[in-house]
Ligand binder design. Structure first.
Ligand code: BDP
Length: 718
């Protein structure tokens, strides 16, 4: 008894020490935490040593180092690099170093330059795990895939996976300015410390590269699409080159956003007209200078003639004239131009949603082969929910890449939990109807429908210098989901969420279920409390924080929320059917018909495509007015549920991150309520209708909501 008491006392004294020994989780490690796994025995049996049957390069070195780091974390042991094959070895092999892999049983030829094969098999009489690829890059991706399999509890002894990326360019777009502010960034300053580069290379740059390589992201556009001419001066090229050197072993190419008028602004030409020989020569020389510093430079991203940015139209030239001139400068170096289709002009009365298609569709087929047109997922601007952009499927002779926003400019910044895997999946899986039998947006992107060679996807990064990278723990999942979908646009958002949770929070199946449940309901909740039933662009002016559906006095009509909802005494919504702007006609005929008629328009897009009377009858049997209110309420209830479910996870998730998330969910709850109340107060002032029975009136008056100001909201950039 005495002994037992002494023992217990000893334990009690030890406890604080044990707790102190486990470092508090601050999110820095992302999904590469490599914590001890439940089934250590199987892992031990499959990873006794590492054999490198491939050249020893910076990239294979990174693959081996990551395997060793991962195994050290998951098993608590240092795993040696062995020369000879033993049972239980992890074998990283290229066919040129291990010719037996050329056999038909391995099918390596089909893996291309980036794919990999993971297989539990026998080699040289030994039971091993093979990680095979044709290139070092493929081996690195394979190493990460094996670590993911190990970390998510896959049956390693039966492993047989092969994977090839469906898209070629899988890039992050950083909207980072050279002064370290980040346009639409909610995770602190830019991670690029331009001032200290190129001499100071923050170790974080390597961790950034590791995280991206683990997902297959192979490019980073370093600077804001609203680009400064300075980025193409010698000092900044040297800074970009330092980052490129750091990323190179991880297969990540550096790209730059360029300002179309750069030579003019730097005072080196008298014009920026793309058809002038001196302008073209300037760009060709500049490309040469860049490639001398960065031999594998990826190319340029260009925002031209959009939101006040200069472009070829300033000289009565077309987007194709501008893009092709830059493409010619990059072509000798195998660089590409990613030319953005996010254009709308203030002098055009046309529905903003129609303008990109109108400008680009006639140019189909006139772009140089190394130009890819970058199109946002929807035709307006990264709204909580949008129908897919009608350009997808409508440009059979032009490579198109999709631009998704990972940073949550219109979805509550980094404070609201909104898992964007659901949003991305919804767009990618939509049938464009451009051919009989169907063609999803994902199939348009992967080039299989129109035979495109150049393919890609871009994600506007949510990364900053916050310790947790993304401003909140759950925002890391959006970076993760983007990367996984850029590799395989047909992957499922639910499966991706589960995989992320297992590596990030907990490998306990019950916790994974509970967290996945929260994530998978989050996007709909945000849509409901912000912009239900197809409403869009109702956010606060400039910063886009919070509701401001009442704003109607801004200079450009399409900057006003009132332009988008068009609510009046009789009804609400933007009529884009034949009797309105006829934006529906930009879709394939089957979709144009469906979207053109409110009875066949999916309810989630109803007010996107139609202006309807307040008493229109909805599927639920309610009037549109009552339905709208019910949706706002559902959004708030959704956040209540998310918070309640999260609170039940106390103990299942480490205390620090549990509390971090709980604090944000409480803030989200307040803000969801604010969205609901302010929106109802405003729309009621327009419709003049009473609140349906039992509906709680807004807490404040409309004027009180209108009076809110956010002068220091983050993300406005420089
Ligand atoms: C909008 C942003 C703006 C960007 C623009 C773009 O509000 O900051 O510059 O898109 O994508 O969403 O060019």
């Amino acid at each position: 008894m005495k002994n037992l008491i002494r023992h217990l006392l000893g334990m009690a004294m030890l406890l604080p020490l044990l707790v102190a020994a486990a470092p508090a989780e601050d999110g820095y490690e992302l999904w590469l935490r490599y914590r001890p796994v439940a089934d250590a025995a199987q892992l031990k049996a499959r990873a006794g040593s590492i054999v490198l049957a491939a050249p020893n390069t910076a990239t294979t070195g990174a693959a081996v180092a990551e395997l060793q780091r991962g195994l050290k974390g998951m098993l608590g042991r240092d795993i040696p690099l062995a020369a000879a094959m033993q049972d239980g070895a992890l074998v990283l092999a290229r066919p040129d170093a291990m010719p037996e892999l050329r056999g038909p049983g391995f099918g390596l030829a089909a893996l291309g330059d980036e794919g990999y094969l993971l297989r539990a098999t026998r080699l040289k009489g030994r039971a091993v795990t093979l990680i095979a690829a044709n290139t070092d890059q493929g081996l690195l991706y394979g190493a990460y895939a094996w670590l993911r399999a190990a970390g998510t509890g896959a049956a390693l002894a039966r492993l047989d996976q092969r994977s090839v990326p469906a898209l070629q360019l899988r890039v992050l777009n950083h909207w980072d300015n050279l002064d370290r502010t980040v346009e639409r960034g909610y995770a602190g300053e830019s991670i690029w410390d331009w001032w200290k580069l190129p001499e100071v290379r923050d170790p974080r740059y390597t961790d950034y590269a590791r995280a991206n390589a683990s997902l297959g992201i192979n490019g980073a556009v370093l600077n804001n699409v609203n680009a400064s001419a300075e980025v193409l001066t010698a000092p900044f090229i040297a800074k970009a080159a330092a980052l490129a050197d750091t990323f190179r072993p991880y297969g990540i190419k550096v790209y730059l956003s360029v300002r179309f008028s750069t030579p003019l602004e730097l005072g080196e030409t008298a014009s920026a007209d793309p058809l002038r020989a001196d302008v073209a020569a300037w760009w060709a020389n500049k490309a040469g200078e860049i490639y001398r510093a960065i031999p594998d430079f990826g190319g340029f991203l260009v925002k031209a003639n959009s939101e006040g940015q200069p472009g070829p139209q300033d000289y009565q030239r077309t987007h194709a004239d501008g893009a092709n001139m830059l493409a010619r400068a990059l072509a000798p170096h195998r660089g590409v131009v990613m030319w953005r289709a996010f254009v709308y002009a203030e002098d055009k009365p046309t529905d903003r949603a129609k303008q990109a298609y109108e400008q680009f569709k006639p140019l189909d087929g006139s772009f140089a082969p190394n130009v890819i047109v970058q199109v946002k997922n929807g035709a307006i601007d990264f709204q909580p929910r949008e129908p897919f952009h009608p350009m997808f499927g409508a440009m059979p002779k032009t490579p198109l890449m999709m631009e998704l926003q990972i940073t949550k400019e219109y979805l509550g910044f980094a404070t609201h939990l909104a898992y964007l895997g659901s949003l991305y999946e919804e767009v990618l899986r939509t049938d464009t109807h451009v051919r009989p039998g169907g063609a999803t947006v994902a199939q348009i992107l992967d080039g299989s429908v129109h035979g495109q060679r150049l393919t890609g996807m871009a994600g506007v990064a949510n990364i900053g210098s916050d310790r947790n990278w993304s401003g909140s723990h759950f925002d890391q999942a959006n970076w993760y989901a983007y990367g996984r979908l850029a590799w395989d646009p047909r992957a499922g958002a639910g499966a991706i969420a589960r995989e992320w949770i297992a590596q990030t929070f907990s490998s306990d199946p019950a916790a994974i279920d509970a967290i996945a449940g929260i994530m998978l309901m989050s996007h709909q909740a945000v849509v409901d409390y912000m912009t239900p039933l197809g409403l869009h662009h109702l956010m606060g002016t400039g910063h886009h924080h919070g509701p401001a559906p009442w704003v109607a006095d801004l200079k450009r009509p399409e900057w006003n929320p009132a332009y988008y909802h068009r609510a009046d005494k009789k009804g609400i919504g933007f009529e884009r059917g034949a009797s309105g702007s006829d934006a529906v006609s930009q879709y394939a005929p089957a979709l144009a018909r469906a979207y053109g008629d409110p009875r066949t328009t999916p309810e989630q897009f109803l007010l996107w495509f139609h202006h309807l009377p307040w008493d229109a009858k909805m599927a639920s049997g309610r009037s549109l007015w009552a339905e709208l209110i019910a949706r706002y309420d559902a959004g708030v209830t959704g956040v209540d549920t998310m918070l309640a479910r999260w609170m039940r996870l106390k103990g299942a998730v480490d205390p620090r991150r549990h509390e971090d998330v709980a604090v944000l969910l409480r803030k989200q709850r307040e803000e969801a309520l604010w969205w609901r109340d302010a929106s109802i107060a405003y729309f009621q002032s327009i419709s003049g209708l009473p609140l349906p029975q039992g509906v709680r009136p807004p807490a404040l008056t409309l004027n009180q909501y209108k009076a809110r100001r956010f002068p220091f909201a983050p993300g406005r950039g420089g």
